[in-house]
Structure formats: C-alpha cells, structure tokens
Design a protein around this ligand. Structure first.
Ligand SMILES: [Zn+2]
Length: 394
C-alpha cells in the first residue's frame, strides 16, 4: 500500500507501527532518502493493502482498530484527509490490511496473461520485488525477469523453456509469493528464516522463457499470430500438447553453442514441434535473452518436466561445487542426480561450459507432458526443497 508521510514520520516509526521489517521498507522505496523525508512524500509499504470500510452506526476509531489488531495511528496514517475523531456514518475509511496468504491462484492453466497479471500483483503488494524486461518473444511478448533480494550473490532460475512444460512457471511464481510473504511477516519456510537470503542473494527468476509456445499449448493455434503456420509445423493437428519449441518451431533448449553441431546433425533440420535446434545457435530472441543475463549468475537452475531427475554435469567442465549442490538438491527432493546424458546445446550445458559454474536442469514431476495440475502440490513441495537449498548454498 502507499501512504503519505506526515510531519514527524520516519521510516523506522512506520516499520514499528506496521510491524514490517525496516530493510524491506527501504528496499521498497529505492528513490527515497530516509533522512530527507518531507510531509506529503509517498512511501510504498510492502505486505499491506488498503481496504475501504464504510462507517456504520456505533463505530468509533477505537472499535475499528482494536477489532483488527491495528494501532490507532495506522488509521490516521492511511486517512490523512478524514478527521477520525469526528467520523460520520457512511464516511469511507481506508483500512490497512496485512496480507496473510497467497495473492493468486497458481494451480491453474498458466498462460502468459495469467503470468503478467500475477507479476503485477506481486510488484504492487511487495514493491521490493523488481521486474526487468530482458527481451521479447517472436510474437512480441515481454520476457520478464523478476528480481528478489539485494545480496551480491547472483543466482538464476528459469521455467517454461519448453512450451508443454509450463507447470514449471506457476511453481516458480508460487515460491516468489511465499518468499515475499515470509519476509514481510517474519515467518519461516520449512523452519528457515528468509531475511538472510534477501540480504545475501540477488535472485533472478525468468518464470516463462517461452511465452508464445506456452500460449499455443494452453490456448491453441488461435493464440498465435500465424495459426496456419503453427498448424503446418504441427502436421495439421490442432493438438499442441506435444509442442516444446518456440512459436516458429525452434527448440530453445537446443539453441546454445555447446556442441550445437551434434544436435544439428541428428535432430530435425526444419522447424518442428520439438528438437529442431535452429539454423544456427542463438538465433531465437528467447534464447538470446537468457544468454544475455547469464554471465552475472553464480549458479543457474533451469526447471523442466518430467522425470524427477537433476542433470548437473557437462563434459567434465562442471566445478566441484556442482556435485555438492546436487547431492543436497537430491536429499531434499528425493530426485535422482544424473551427471552426464547424451544431450547437447542446452542452456545448462552452455552455462557450465562458458562460465564453469554450477548449472542444473531439474526435471520436475513424473508422467506425460504437459503434467496435470493434479500434480502441482506434490511437485511444489519437492521443488521447494531445491529452491531453498539453492538459496542457502548460494
Ligand atoms: Zn524440457
């Protein structure tokens, strides 16, 4: 919620009054100099929303605040234009309300519109979260990076490289929501205090690398700007459940310059629902966007489905830390670590090869893609261990 500074207010006082950690208020207001606040300045307070309330006969300021467990001054702060000591029936007050649960439903077919709506909700409720546009898909959709945390350890997670593996997107979005909620309310997740992660780690999340492809799988050919072309690539079928590629039939996870020629020689040589590595490495804007943010990252996890396995090596180039990390990921998730596999040109392969840092492909869940939403809760619980381990091992 946004409030206006009054004479004598300071951020420490707001933190105490609203019981929100001061570091989060500071992080939510990067352009504000805390020592130079003036009356009328707007301050973003994370973890609250303002709810209108119409005064009823018999109400008074005391009854309104105590019923909600709010300090009296929270009402004064949120209603600078109302004389709270002279309330009239049918006056409308803004009541600060602490967020205590998830902002949005993640257990649903999760297309690009749903994603962008949920990112907007996250940014509004938790203004310490940042959003960067790192590129545009073939059809012009923004490829969004969500950044949470102010530490100097950069770690990166991504989802939905492959269109029909879109369930990875709501898994990451649910975690971002849970993480922000735990920070503002000083709650733990699986017994872990989250504040140190915010201080130590700058977490970069690209929840949907391939938005055009995801929309095609969920909403069909009409979701594309060029329905005839996607139907042609799909062999005339309207069933896009097997589609992994971007909208012009390039498999984004075969696009990276890490033995790309091996995949080129044995994979489809024209656009296809899956596996076509493109006519050259890094031709597709979605793959390029990821490549451009990656040099800053100390580790990277790419979330796919399915198989309940974690790929962690590439040609012996992975650093020793990779093995330590994957053993912990396996311990907390029950997923099986796999070091080498006969596969090249993937994001994780390139990340390991170019930076010699830990990179992982994590295959969530088990079954036929797209995995059914009935698996969401179990997948989330397993993945949660990996996400937390990624933070505490950063
Ligand atoms: Zn995949």
């Amino acid at each position: 919620m946004d409030i206006k500074i009054r004479q004598g207010d300071n951020l420490w006082y707001l933190s105490q009054l609203l019981n929100v950690p001061l570091y989060l208020i500071l992080a939510s207001n990067p352009g504000v100099a805390p020592e130079a606040l003036s009356p009328g300045d707007t301050i973003h307070v994370p973890g609250y929303r303002l709810v209108p309330y119409t005064i009823q006969p018999g109400d008074n300021l005391y009854s309104i605040t105590t019923k909600r467990g709010l300090g009296l001054d929270t009402i004064l702060l949120a209603n600078p234009d109302i004389d709270p000591y002279n309330l009239q029936v049918s006056d409308v007050l803004s009541i600060p309300e602490r967020l205590t649960g998830p902002l949005f439903l993640t257990n649903q077919p999760y297309d690009y519109d749903i994603l962008t709506g949920h990112i907007d909700k996250l940014l509004a409720a938790y203004p310490f979260i940042r959003k960067n546009i790192i590129g545009r898909s073939i059809e012009g959709k923004e490829i969004v990076e969500v950044v949470l945390g102010e530490g100097n350890k950069n770690i990166h997670w991504n989802g939905a490289f492959h269109a029909n593996e879109w369930i990875t997107t709501p898994v990451l979005m649910k975690f971002l929501n849970d993480y922000a909620l735990a920070l503002t309310n000083n709650e733990t997740i699986r017994g872990l205090t989250m504040a140190p992660f915010f201080q130590n780690v700058r977490l970069s999340v690209v929840p949907m690398v391939n938005p055009d492809g995801v929309d095609l799988v969920i909403n069909g050919a009409s979701a594309s700007n060029n329905p005839e072309e996607v139907l042609r690539i799909n062999g005339g079928s309207e069933d896009f459940s097997g589609w992994k590629a971007n909208i012009r039939g390039v498999d984004l996870n075969n696009q990276y310059p890490a033995n790309w020629e091996i995949e080129q020689a044995r994979k489809p040589d024209t656009p296809a629902p899956r596996d076509f590595p493109g006519y050259a490495p890094l031709t597709e804007p979605e793959a390029i966007a990821l490549a451009e943010i990656s040099p800053a990252m100390q580790s990277a996890l790419a979330f796919h489905t399915q198989g309940e396995v974690i790929f962690w090596g590439y040609e012996g180039l992975e650093p020793p830390a990779s093995e330590v990390m994957v053993e912990e990921f396996a311990r907390v998730s029950g997923y099986q670590p796999i070091r080498y596999v006969d596969s090249y040109a993937g994001y994780k392969d390139w990340f390991i090869q170019d930076f010699r840092r830990p990179g992982f492909t994590v295959e969530l869940g088990r079954g036929v893609n797209p995995l059914p939403l009935s698996q969401f809760d179990e997948i989330y619980q397993r993945t949660l261990g990996i996400l937390l381990a990624s933070l505490y091992m950063a």
